[in-house]
Ligand binder design. Structure first.
Ligand SMILES: Nc1ncnc2c1ncn2[C@@H]1O[C@H](COP(=O)(O)OP(=O)(O)OP(=O)(O)O)[C@@H](O)[C@H]1O
Length: 228
């Protein structure tokens, strides 16, 4: 479902004389439907960079990143938007929302965009918010003033509301209490059971051991010259 082939990544530091920094080379990795792969490696090794390339925010210097039938490394912005709408989900660490949009609408939005009737989308959003213990009195408010953990749970609710066949998870259990962490781990297990291919970064080792089928150390994708 997700196939990364011979991907390289350079950063051009425009404010430092245009220095080109190669941070990754020959990265290859395949994630099958129903499989969860954890990215590990030291800080700065390139875990977030690889995730951002799969998501389409960072452009690969070369190689292919197939998500379903789309090569994210080559796709134009409209194709990437389409991919994100139906096929590729992303739970980032931080919630980014339009101010003044109520929480229930924030969570229902991915379904509404796909054409789900509003009553059904809102009912599913409500069920998800309930599951993640967001009190009903908060559903009509914008999540911008919520606590860090509440915002993270709104983000998770939004990320899991549509059963995307491919999913990226960036520290999905960070800053959650035990009960909510358990809900998130169950959501991940359910996504795997329905056949989602998942790529994640988990600093929570117990969570990683429970949901990941295998781990890949991105140190193996370091440029050869730098590694020598
Ligand atoms: N936008 C950017 N511009 C320039 N260099 C960048 C940029 N993003 C990442 N890098 C560099 O790429 C390398 C990999 O960074 P990345 O954030 O992917 O590491 P990481 O493994 O996710 O680290 P951490 O565990 O600390 O989050 C680092 O050397 C970093 O400085």
């Amino acid at each position: 479902m997700i196939r990364i082939e011979n991907v390289a990544k350079d950063f051009t530091l425009h404010n430092q004389g245009g220095t080109v920094l190669r941070v990754m080379e020959d990265a290859s990795l395949t994630i099958a439907p129903g499989e969860c792969v954890g990215l590990i490696g030291a800080s700065g090794a390139g875990k977030s960079t690889l995730m951002r390339m799969v998501w389409g925010n960072y452009r690969a210097a070369s190689g292919r990143i197939m998500v379903g039938d789309t090569d994210v490394a080559q796709a134009d912005p409209r194709a990437i938007t389409r991919l994100r709408r139906g096929t590729l989900g992303y739970v980032s660490q931080f919630l980014r929302v339009v101010p003044r949009v109520p929480t229930l609408d924030v969570v229902a939005e991915p379904l509404l965009t796909l054409g789900t009737p509003e009553p059904e989308a809102k009912a599913r959003a409500a069920a998800m918010l309930q599951r993640l213990n967001i009190p009903q009195r908060l559903w009509g408010l914008s999540p911008t003033t919520f606590s860090g953990g509440e915002q993270q749970r709104v983000n998770i609710a939004r990320g899991f509301i549509h059963p995307s066949p491919a999913l990226l998870l960036d520290e999905p259990t960070a800053s959650l209490d035990a009960a909510n962490r358990e809900q998130v781990l169950q959501l991940i297990e359910e996504a795997k059971a329905r056949g989602a291919a998942i790529l994640g970064i988990f600093h929570d080792e117990a969570a990683r051991d429970r949901v990941c089928d295998r781990c890949i150390d991105v140190a193996g994708f370091a440029p050869k010259a730098a590694a020598a």
